[in-house]
Design a protein around this ligand. Structure first.
Ligand SMILES: Cc1ncc(COP(=O)(O)O)c(C=O)c1O
Length: 466
């Protein structure tokens, strides 16, 4: 039987919160909140789609931790796979050596990935995978006679991670400004937020998609195609609140990349491993990129792991002679993480998690769309088990909230109220204010209803705060 570790039981609930406030530097966190009366929420346990805090309160995990826990919490098989691997070989690097779990996982990912994306470079997370993809794109073109191809194009409000290269690719000014100067050469183009599309495209998603994709061609022309190495797109953009690709968009991006010899990188850090109902969302959308970056759901979060999966063409210059990709991470392809990922993929197969998403995604959408009767709900959008609900001040004009109102609404009320009502999810204003949902892939109608009814209670109260 698994018991709570002694160091946890020895600390009373309040002590843990005080220690967190005084010593733990939480990520992307405004720490002043915890010196002004709020206590750090401390999560101690997970089972299925639910988590519990240190006081014993139960919450629905509407974000799978952080778009991670696809198979749900408390999976003994995954814990056992980790323990077994740690006993056998806890660690060995992939620096000129290999170990069975990384080899077999690389083979399996190559089989699952679209087209000839057959070469797997492991990292410990998504940002490192993005960083690796940019570095590979640069070196590939240097080795193939186009050394000036170094710039990257990505989309407004997109998040691609925190390493300085990945941050240059990120399109969120507030996340970048404190760390400038960043790596030069990160060019931004419009994203695919159809709800906020220019007036002329309202009602014509296909025309909007074509317009948005063509902004990439325009940027390449403007920068000079001999200077652009890659275009980074998430199949469904997370930041800003789940922007699916309009019909024809990804196909047109592929066409543009081919025309200008620019690599298409699909950042699937969130969208891979079932989130959109297939192992890779690009497979579901029927477009093959040159590189896929992925992480999060690969292990359902039971151990950290990321990967850059590259096409045969990109590996070719490294296959013979003395060329080396001088890049790597100590933890990349960690044996325990790779073993967990193999077991996680077994669970996907055994329990048909992709099929579950495909069969239920329509019901999830319809259930969330019920909320559009609330005056604060402007748009419900997304795909698979990945949804954003955009909040608006005026539904008719689509007017959004100003900075003060966002502060009061999101930080002052929504985040805490949702949690207090038993729903862990994300209220986010990196673009226009949205609530984001990405529940474990194991759930169905009962849980969709639970999410909807909590959101209804809290969003109805939110109207009174403003
Ligand atoms: C699309 C995308 N790329 C990259 C990252 C960075 O991943 P990590 O936090 O594992 O470095 C994230 C994290 O949420 C992401 O959503």
């Amino acid at each position: 039987m698994i018991t709570t570790p002694q160091y946890v039981t020895e600390s009373s609930n309040n002590h843990l919160a005080d220690k967190a406030r005084d010593h733990l530097w939480m990520h992307f966190t405004r720490h002043s909140t915890y010196y002004e009366g709020h206590r750090v929420p401390i999560i101690t346990k997970g089972e299925g789609a639910y988590i519990w805090d240190v006081q014993g309160n139960k919450y629905f995990d509407g974000l799978s931790g952080l778009f991670v826990v696809q198979a749900g919490h408390g999976r003994k098989e995954l814990a056992q796979a980790a323990a077994k691997q740690a006993e056998e070989l806890a660690f060995f690097p992939l620096w000129s050596y290999a170990h069975p779990s990384a080899i077999l996982l690389a083979e399996r990912l190559a089989q699952l990935a679209p087209g000839d994306l057959n070469r797997v470079f492991f990292t410990s997370g998504g940002g490192e995978a993005v960083e690796s993809a940019w570095k590979l794109a640069k070196q590939y073109f240097k080795l193939t006679g186009k050394p000036a191809k170094t710039k990257v194009i990505s989309r407004a409000v997109a998040y691609h991670g925190t390493p300085q290269g990945a941050l240059s690719i990120t399109g969120i000014p507030e996340a970048k400004i404190p760390f400038e100067p960043l790596v030069p050469g990160g060019i931004k183009v419009p994203n695919t937020n159809f709800y906020r599309a220019p007036e002329e495209f309202r009602g014509d998603e296909k025309a909007f998609g074509l317009w948005a994709a063509n902004r990439i061609a325009e940027a390449i022309e403007f920068e000079g195609s001999d200077s652009v190495a890659a275009v980074f797109v998430e199949p469904v953009q997370n930041s800003g609140g789940c922007f699916p690709p309009p019909p024809g968009y990804l196909e047109r991006v592929r066409e543009i990349c081919d025309e200008y010899d620019v690599l298409m990188v699909a950042d699937e850090t969130i969208t891979a491993f079932g989130r959109i109902g297939d192992y890779f969302a690009m497979k579901r959308f029927g477009v093959t990129p040159d590189i896929i970056t992925c992480a999060k759901g690969m292990t359902s979060g039971y151990s950290p792991l990321g990967a850059m999966i590259a096409s045969d063409r990109l590996f070719e210059p490294f296959k013979h002679g003395t060329h080396t990709f001088l890049h790597g991470y100590t933890w990349g392809g960690h044996p325990v993480s790779a073993a967990v990922a193999m077991e996680n993929l077994d669970i996907f197969e055994r329990e048909g998690l992709n099929k579950n998403v495909q069969e239920n995604e329509g019901n999830f959408r319809r259930t969330l769309e019920k909320l559009t009767d609330l005056p604060i709900v402007g748009d419900v959008r997304g795909a698979g088990y990945f949804y954003g609900i955009e909040l608006v001040k005026d539904k008719k004009t689509r007017e959004t909230f100003n900075d003060d109102e966002c502060e009061r609404l999101l930080r002052g009320f929504l985040s805490k109220a949702l949690f207090d009502n038993g729903l862990y999810c994300r209220a986010d204003d990196r673009g226009d204010p949205v609530i984001q949902l990405a529940p474990p892939l194991t759930i169905g109608q009962k849980e969709f209803d639970e999410i909807e009814s909590t959101l209804r209670i809290v969003l109805t109260q939110a109207l009174e705060v403003l």
